[in-house]
Design a binder for this molecule. Structure first.
Ligand SMILES: O=C(NC/C=C/[C@H]1O[C@@H](n2cnc(C(F)(F)F)c2)[C@H](O)[C@@H]1O)c1cc([N+](=O)[O-])cc(O)c1O
Ligand SMILES: [Mg+2]
Length: 214
């Protein structure tokens, strides 16, 4: 059985990246996906917007939905202060061991917990099972039609607090229209749009930041 694209990305990281150096892992993935095989990592251009938003949030507890190969988990976790942690939800069992290995190569396994399952099942467990009080930062990069229902679920589960920062990828491409409609019409959120480009492509995209006002 020949290898998957995600396994080839891991091979490239394992062979080329400097162990324990998150930047070199990120550069390796960006080079591989920019030159050989496109993949849906947030990428280096949108990654800068992600970095800036994580630095603004300076989270103690961060959540990501859509681990995929672990690229954005590394981008987030490398900026976390000591004792801060990232929970990342992924439901495709094929991707989880690959993401874990890539995160391990980056030296960030201590800061990242990958949770296998569907967001609608995991979110209600975060308080009790994962000892979360509230989330300081949430990165949405999973199925686009899940952005809105999962945001509502985070609210309903009492996981957002005054000042929680949400950042959503792919607002333009592939697009998340229901999420945009919900978040921009809800006076509890302060929204900012960041026009940018799709990872590794000359295609327009955007990220949306939404600060929960409680
Ligand atoms: O479809 C895209 N992303 C979907 C991303 C999907 C990823 O999120 C996981 N997931 C699904 N549900 C959960 C949870 F958390 F709910 F359990 C986790 C899926 O298994 C997959 O790894 C996408 C597509 C393009 N593109 O150009 O087509 C560009 C992008 O940046 C993209 O993110
Ligand atoms: Mg994306």
């Amino acid at each position: 059985m020949d290898q998957s694209k995600e396994q080839r990305i891991l091979n490239s990281v394992s062979y080329n990246a400097v162990k324990g150096d998150p930047e070199s892992v990120l550069n390796c993935i960006d080079k591989y996906c920019g030159q050989y095989e496109w993949a849906m990592n947030v990428g280096d251009e949108k990654g800068i917007i992600l970095d800036k938003t994580v630095e603004e949030a300076d989270p103690t507890v961060a959540l990501e939905m859509g681990t995929y190969c672990g690229y954005s988990a590394i981008r987030i976790a490398r900026l976390l202060k000591p004792n801060a942690r990232l929970l990342s939800i992924e439901f495709n069992p094929e991707f989880i061991p690959i993401a874990k290995e890539i995160i391990e190569i980056a030296g960030l396994s201590e800061k990242v917990t990958i949770i296998e399952g569907h967001s609608q099942d995991i979110i209600p467990q975060l308080k009790k099972k994962y000892e979360v009080e509230t989330l300081d930062f949430v990165f949405l990069d999973h199925w686009k039609e899940r952005y809105a229902p999962d945001t509502i679920l985070l609210e309903e589960c009492g996981l957002l607090r005054k000042g929680s920062i949400l950042l959503a990828d792919n607002i333009v491409y592939p697009g998340a229209p229901e999420f945009i409609k919900y978040i921009r019409s809800n006076s509890r959120y302060e929204c900012t749009s960041y026009p940018t480009f799709l990872e590794y492509m000359k295609v327009e995209d955007a990220m949306e930041k939404a600060v929960y006002m409680g």
